[in-house]
Design a protein around this ligand. Structure first.
Ligand code: NAP
Length: 309
């Protein structure tokens, strides 16, 4: 019997219990899944960083902590966590992110707001460029960024991706390093942020970076709030350097009522809804990782805690 502790907010248990049990059964795993165990009896922890479990010291036989979230910045610094940590790479979450990013990219590309909200009674005809004439840059071409890149190249957008390590992704111009970032920003008519929040990525979009982008560019941030210097972004929106920013993530969430983003006419705020982990597909990923742990195979999607993602 494999003892699996579900450590997340209590309302999540209702959402995940049935899909997890189904996925374990499908994988042929003999699992005792519960929200409470004596810590020394736990083999795996299915985990959300906002759960009550913050001290991993007593989980002496735990083989892995399997995160339900793609972002791990809230747990990588936890010194009591010495067990392997896997982050969530969930096909359902990825689908959601591709749809959200594609939708918001098309909104800005087509200038949809002009026609939907500009109901002035005037028959104003504007012709948007074709996708092939609008350059998209994605910072972060990991699980989510690469999938979004493929969807956007499929629509005809020329896509440039930027990552920490050199990459070769079919159909995308791949750049890395400081010079690569400069080049990636210079061609970013639409900039999409899909980097993790780490010490190396914070404020990557600062005043200098914003000034490198083409005038009138758009920013879409479903990555993490600290990637952007908020004050520099507001200044760039006010000056017209940036035409609009669609932001799903913020330094403080929920976004405080008095934050200038709420009232800014060139900012769209969405409440961290770009992509949610989907219980059915995520449960299968968790079951696969437990299967691998039991078979002595390497875990999928392991976090490098020194790097922070
Ligand atoms: P991932 O697979 O780990 O990919 C991260 C990408 O960022 C990789 O390409 C990585 O480069 C690059 N990167 C990391 N540090 C960098 C640095 N210092 N300089 C340049 N590139 C760097 O992560 P993912 O699954 O795609 O998720 C990305 C982020 O999306 C998550 O961390 C989370 O913050 C966010 N997210 C948001 C939502 C939402 O609802 N808004 C939902 C899920 C996830 P390498 O390829 O070289 O490693």
């Amino acid at each position: 019997m494999i003892n699996v502790l579900f450590a997340a907010r209590s309302e999540r248990w209702d959402t995940y219990e049935a899909p997890l049990r189904a996925a374990f059964a499908k994988a042929g795993l003999d699992v005792d899944l519960r929200t409470e165990f004596a810590p020394e009896e736990v083999d795996y922890i299915v985990y959300a960083p906002n759960s009550e479990v913050q001290d991993f010291t007593p989980y002496t036989r735990c083989k892995a902590v399997l995160n339900l979230w793609a972002g791990v910045e809230a747990i990588t610094g936890n010194k009591t966590l010495t067990q392997p940590l896997a982050r969530m790479v969930d096909p359902g979450l990825t689908n959601g992110m591709v749809e959200w990013v594609t939708g918001h990219t098309l909104r800005h590309h087509l200038g949809m707001d002009r026609h939907i909200t500009g109901q002035t009674g005037e028959w104003v005809v504007t012709t948007p460029p074709l996708a092939r004439e609008r350059r998209v840059t994605i910072l972060g071409i990991g699980a989510l960024g690469a999938s979004c890149a493929h969807a956007l190249t499929g629509l005809g957008f020329p896509v440039t991706g930027w990552s920490r390590s050199p990459k070769d992704v079919d159909g995308i111009t791949c750049l890395h390093g400081d010079d690569g970032l400069k080049q990636a920003l210079e061609t970013a008519d639409i900039l999409i942020l899909l980097l993790p929040d780490t010490p190396a990525t914070q404020n990557v979009i600062n005043a200098e970076a914003l000034s490198r982008m083409p005038k009138g560019a758009f920013i879409i941030n479903p990555g993490r709030g600290p990637l952007i210097d908020d004050e520099a972004l507001i200044a760039a929106l006010d000056s017209g350097q940036i035409a609009h920013a669609t932001l799903d993530v913020f330094r403080v969430e929920p976004l405080p009522a008095d934050h200038p983003f709420w009232a800014h006419p060139k900012v769209t705020v969405t409440p961290h809804i770009a992509a949610e982990t989907r219980p059915e597909t995520a449960s299968e990923v968790i079951a696969e990782n437990i299967q691998r742990g039991e078979a002595g195979q390497p875990f999928l999607n392991l976090v490098d805690r020194a790097r922070g993602y």
